[in-house]
Design a protein around this ligand. Structure first.
Ligand code: FES
Length: 105
């Protein structure tokens, strides 16, 4: 599946990820060396994998209660905010645009 990632500087890049391995968006972003801390290892506890879905949010659906609990604790979040560790890579991501919103370090 191919989708676009916008980094903290606003640079967009199309990346490709296997959609049949059960990987999370967080794992793929880290594999592409985007600066995501993922301190909790994908347990929906740290919110450092915060992303905003700029396009494709209808296909992706809404955040779970566990995600919302974390997102609501952030100083800033958006109607289409998600935790990347809770988004499974699948064909529904095709053509999506994902903006990094987590901590930049
Ligand atoms: Fe910690 Fe996603 S990696 S909330």
């Amino acid at each position: 599946v191919k989708f676009t990632v916008e980094d903290h500087e606003g640079t967009r890049k199309e990346i490709e990820a296997p959609d049949d391995m059960g990987l999370s968006l967080m794992e793929i972003l880290k594999a592409y060396e985007y600066p995501i801390l993922a301190t909790c290892g994908g347990m929906a506890l740290c919110a450092t994998c915060h992303v905003e879905v700029l396009e494709g949010e209808d296909e992706l659906g809404t955040a779970s209660d566990a995600e919302l609990d974390q997102l609501e604790n952030l100083p800033e979040y958006f109607p289409t905010s998600r935790l990347a560790c809770q988004v499974r890579i699948s064909s529904i991501l095709e053509g999506a645009i994902i903006k990094l919103r987590g901590e930049d370090n």
